[in-house]
Design a protein around this ligand. Structure first.
Ligand SMILES: *Cc1c(COP(=O)(O)O)cnc(C)c1O
Length: 732
C-alpha cells in the first residue's frame, strides 16, 4: 500500500484537499476511511458494509480496521464481484469536492472569520462509534457541532484529548450488575495522523508545573472540512503515570482531572500556536477547558506586550462560553494546592499572585474558603456565555446571579442557544430515501428552513408508516441479536439464549429509553408501580414493550442498582419477552433505538436536563417524544407533536416530585399514548398517530438541528466575539 500523501496544514491551507491524491481503488477507499466525512454519508457506509458485512459489524463499523484486512488485490476482486467501481469512484470524487469547496452559507455568513477561525474546545467528541473518545450527550453534541460547522462552511478547528482507552465497555453479569471493561484502541485503526507544525515536524507541547513538565503530542483527525486536534500524553518523556493521564475519560481523581484540563486548555492553545493557527474566537464547550483563557492571556502579554488586565479584557472579548450543568455540584472545582501546583508557572508569567488567580475562579474573590471553579473562570473570562435551552438559560441565570449581585436576574449575561442534532448523522437511510422522494430536490442544503419540512404532510400516511415499520423491525432484530449474545456471554442456558432470539413483537407499541443512567434521569420511573406496569405490558389487546439501554458512571452505585433492577425484569414472567436491556449504550445503539422505536421516553427530574438531544434524533425518524417538560422539550412540545409528562413543575422534595411524575407518566400512557397508537382505521393504520408523527417532524426537525444551532452560534456569538466587540467586563 502506498502512503497517502499528507502535508502540514496551517489553517489557511487546510481547505485544500491534501491527503487526497489516490490513484487506485484501494487508495481511494483508504482516503474515504481517513476522513470521518464518510460517517454521515449513507452511500459510503453502505459501500464499506458491502465489502464484508459480517466483519463490518464485528469491527464496530471501523473502515480502517476493515481495509487493513484486505490486500489491494482482494479489494479489487471484491469490487469486481459487487460492481463497486463506480460507487467507490463517485464517493471519492464527492469527498474531494466536499473538502475543496466553501459552501455558500459559510462564505456569506461566516466569511469574516476567514483565516482567524473559531477554536472549539471540548473534552469529548462523539463523531462515530468507531472513535470512542466520548461518554455521552456532551461528546455527541460536540461531534454534531463540528459536523454542522463543516457542512455550513464555518471556519472552525476543534481541540480535545485523545483517550486511548476511551470510555468503558459495559457488560452485565448474571445478577444484572454492571462491569466495566477498558479496551486499548489501536491508533493505527483510527483516522488520525500526527499534526505537523509550521516546521513540518510532529508537534509536542510542553506545560510546566511546580511538580515537573507535562508533555503531550498532537493528533489530527479530519471531520469533513474541520480539523480536530487531539492531545495525547502517551509520550516517552512523560513519567509512566503521566503517560496514562489521557487514557480514560472521567477515569481519575481530582488531580487527574485538573491535569487533563490543563493539557486540553493550556496545551490546546499552545498546539494551535505551533500549528500556526491564530483563532479569532475561543469557544469553550463546558468549563472543562477554561484554562485555555489563561494561556491565551499569556500569549497576548508575550506577543503583543499587553498588561495582564488588558490581556484579560482582550481574551474575554474573543471568548464564547457554553455551560451545560444546571446543578452547582456538577461543576469542576479545584483547591488552592492543586491550582498552585499546576498553574503556578503560568501564574508567574502572568505576573499575578496566587490569591489573584484564585479570585478569578471564585464567586467571591476574597473568600479563602472557596475553591477554584472552572465554570466561574469560564463565565468571567468570556463576554458571551450561553446555556443550552431556554429553560436552562433561566436556571443558569438564577444559579449564577450571585456572580453579578449588582444586576437583576434578567440582566445576568447568560443567554441560551438550544442544542440541536446533525441531521445526516441521525436520520435513517430509509427515511432519507422517503424524504428524497417528496421533499424539494435541494432539501439537504436547506434543512434549516421550516418550509422544507412542511412537505412531510404530503407524504402518503401508509408509506410513512411502512417505512417506520421497516425500521422498527431492524431495531427488533438488532435487540434480539444483542440480547441473545449477552445471554451467551453470561453463560446462560441454551433455552435462555433461544428465548432471547424471540423477544419483542413488531406489532406492539414500543418505547425506547436510552441514555446515561445518572440518577436524575430516573430510568426506573415507569416502574413506580410494577403491578400497574405488568398489566399494561401484558394487556391482550393493547400491549406495550420497552427497550432500555444505558451506562452508569463506574463510581455510581445507585445508577448501577437501577440498571440491575431493570435488567432483572426479564426473569419476571410478567415482563419476559417484553422488556429488554441492551448492554453497552453508544452511538450505534442510540442510532438503532431512535430510528426504530414508536415512542422515545425521557423522564428526568426537572430542571436537571439542561437540554437533552436524543429526543431530537428520534424526531427525525418519526418517533414521538414522551417526556417531562424539561430541557429542549419544554420549548418544543406544543400538544400536537408528542406527549408531555406532567405540567412542568417540581416539588422541593424529590420524593414527592418522583411520586407525582410517576403517576403523571402512568396517566399519559393509559389515557393518551396507548389509545392513540392502537386506534386503527380499516387499513390497520393509526391515522391520528401518523398525523402526530408528521406534526413532530414538520415542527421540530429544523428547529432542533445542529445546522440551526451552529448558525445561531455564528450569528449571536462568533461574529461579535471575532469582532472583539467591546462591552462591559464580566469580572470586577
Ligand atoms: C445523543 C446521545 C446521548 C444524549 O442523550 P440524552 O438523552 O440527551 O442524554 C447520549 N449518549 C449517546 C451515545 C448519544 O448518541
Amino acid at each position: 500500500m502506498s502512503q497517502i500523501e499528507t502535508l502540514p496544514m496551517p489553517y489557511a491551507q487546510s481547505l485544500v484537499p491534501t491527503g487526497l491524491s489516490a490513484e487506485n481503488l484501494y487508495e481511494k477507499c483508504v482516503a474515504l476511511a481517513r476522513n470521518l466525512w464518510w460517517s454521515w454519508h449513507a452511500e459510503v457506509i453502505n459501500l464499506f458494509r458491502d465489502l464484508d458485512p459480517i466483519r463490518w459489524r464485528q469491527l464496530d463499523h471501523n473502515p480502517i480496521a476493515l481495509l487493513a484486512e484486505f490486500t489491494p488485490e482482494r479489494l479489487e476482486m471484491r469490487a469486481a464481484e459487487l460492481v463497486l467501481y463506480s460507487r467507490i469512484n463517485q464517493a471519492y470524487r464527492r469527498l474531494k469536492e466536499y473538502v475543496s469547496e466553501t459552501p455558500h452559507w459559510g462564505r456569506t455568513h461566516a466569511g469574516v472569520l476567514g483565516s482567524k477561525p473559531v477554536a472549539y474546545f471540548s473534552l469529548e467528541f462523539g463523531v462515530h462509534e468507531s472513535v470512542p473518545i466520548y461518554s455521552g450527550g456532551l461528546g455527541v453534541l460536540s461531534g454534531d457541532h463540528i459536523k454542522s460547522a463543516s457542512g455550513l462552511g464555518v471556519p472552525l478547528v476543534a481541540i480535545g484529548l485523545f483517550y486511548d482507552q476511551g470510555y468503558f465497555k459495559q457488560h452485565l453479569d448474571i445478577n444484572g450488575w454492571q462491569h466495566e471493561e477498558y479496551l486499548d484502541t489501536k491508533v493505527e485503526n483510527l483516522p488520525m495522523e500526527p499534526a505537523l507544525g509550521l516546521d513540518r515536524k510532529p508537534i509536542t507541547v510542553t506545560i510546566d508545573t511546580r511538580s515537573g513538565k507535562l508533555l503531550a503530542k498532537v493528533w489530527l483527525m479530519r471531520v469533513g472540512r474541520v480539523n480536530l486536534y487531539l492531545l495525547d500524553c502517551d509520550v516517552p518523556s512523560n513519567s509512566p503515570e503521566d503517560r496514562e493521564l489521557t487514557s480514560r475519560l472521567y477515569g481519575g481523581d481530582n488531580r487527574t482531572r485538573i491535569r487533563q484540563e490543563l493539557v486540553a486548555g493550556v496545551g490546546g492553545v499552545r498546539a494551535l500556536k505551533a500549528l500556526g493557527i491564530s483563532p479569532g474566537v475561543y469557544h469553550l464547550n463546558e468549563g472543562h477547558s477554561s484554562f485555555a483563557t489563561l494561556e491565551a492571556c499569556r500569549e497576548r502579554m508575550k506577543d503583543d506586550g499587553m498588561s495582564f488586565d488588558a490581556a484579560l479584557r482582550d481574551v474575554a472579548q474573543h471568548t464564547v462560553f457554553t455551560t451545560h450543568t444546571p446543578v452547582p455540584a456538577g461543576h469542576d472545582r479545584f483547591d488552592k494546592n492543586l491550582i498552585e501546583e499546576h498553574l503556578g508557572p503560568l501564574r508567574d508569567e502572568l505576573g499575578i499572585s496566587l490569591d489573584q488567580l484564585m479570585g478569578i475562579g471564585r464567586v467571591e474573590p476574597q473568600n479563602d474558603h472557596e475553591s477554584f471553579c472552572m465554570t466561574v473562570l469560564g463565565l468571567k473570562l468570556s463576554r458571551r456565555a450561553n446555556a443550552v435551552s431556554n429553560l436552562h438559560g433561566h436556571i443558569s441565570r438564577r444559579m449564577w446571579a450571585h456572580l453579578w449581585p449588582w444586576r437583576v436576574e434578567e440582566e445576568i449575561p447568560i443567554g441560551h442557544i438550544t442544542n440541536g442534532v446533525h441531521i445526516q448523522s441521525w436520520l435513517a437511510w430509509q427515511m432519507q430515501q422517503l424524504y428524497d422522494r417528496y421533499f424539494p430536490a435541494d432539501w439537504m442544503q436547506r434543512m434549516g428552513e421550516p418550509e422544507v419540512w412542511q412537505t412531510i404532510h404530503e407524504i402518503d400516511p401508509g408509506e410513512l408508516w411502512e417505512t417506520h415499520y421497516a425500521m422498527k423491525n431492524l431495531l427488533l432484530a438488532f435487540v434480539r441479536r444483542r440480547v441473545s449474545r449477552q445471554c451467551r456471554r453470561r453463560g446462560e442456558s441454551d433455552e435462555a439464549v433461544e428465548a432471547a432470539r424471540n423477544i419483542l413483537d413488531p406489532n406492539v407499541l414500543t418505547i425506547g429509553f436510552g441514555r446515561r443512567f445518572a440518577t436524575y434521569k430516573r430510568a426506573a420511573l415507569v416502574l413506580t408501580d410494577p403491578d400497574w406496569l405488568s398489566e399494561i405490558v401484558g394487556d391482550r389487546q393493547r400491549p406495550l414493550q420497552i427497550v432500555f439501554a444505558g451506562k452508569a458512571h463506574p463510581a455510581d452505585e445507585p445508577g448501577k442498582q437501577i440498571i440491575q433492577r431493570i435488567a432483572n425484569l426479564r426473569h419476571d414472567p410478567r415482563f419476559a419477552g417484553r422488556i429488554a436491556f441492551v448492554e453497552d449504550y453508544d452511538i450505534n445503539v442510540c442510532r438503532h433505538m431512535i430510528q426504530g422505536v414508536d415512542v422515545w421516553l425521557n423522564n428526568p427530574r426537572r430542571p436537571l436536563e439542561a437540554s437533552g438531544t436524543s429526543g431530537q434524533k428520534a424526531v427525525l425518524n418519526g418517533a414521538l417524544n414522551l417526556s417531562i417538560l424539561d430541557g429542549w422539550w419544554a420549548e418544543a412540545c406544543d400538544g400536537t407533536n408528542g406527549f408531555a409528562i406532567g405540567k412542568g413543575t417540581a416539588h422541593v422534595d424529590d420524593r414527592i416530585t418522583d411520586e407525582r411524575d410517576g403517576r403523571a407518566l402512568q396517566k399519559v400512557l393509559t389515557e393518551e399514548v396507548i389509545p392513540l397508537y392502537y386506534d386503527r382505521d380499516i387499513d390497520g393504520l393509526p391515522r391520528h398517530w401518523i398525523k402526530r408523527m408528521m406534526n413532530s417532524i414538520s415542527s421540530l426537525a429544523w428547529r432542533f438541528s445542529a445546522d440551526r444551532m451552529v448558525a445561531d452560534y455564528v450569528r449571536h456569538a462568533y461574529l461579535r466575539a471575532a469582532g472583539g466587540e467591546s462591552c462591559e467586563m464580566n469580572i470586577k
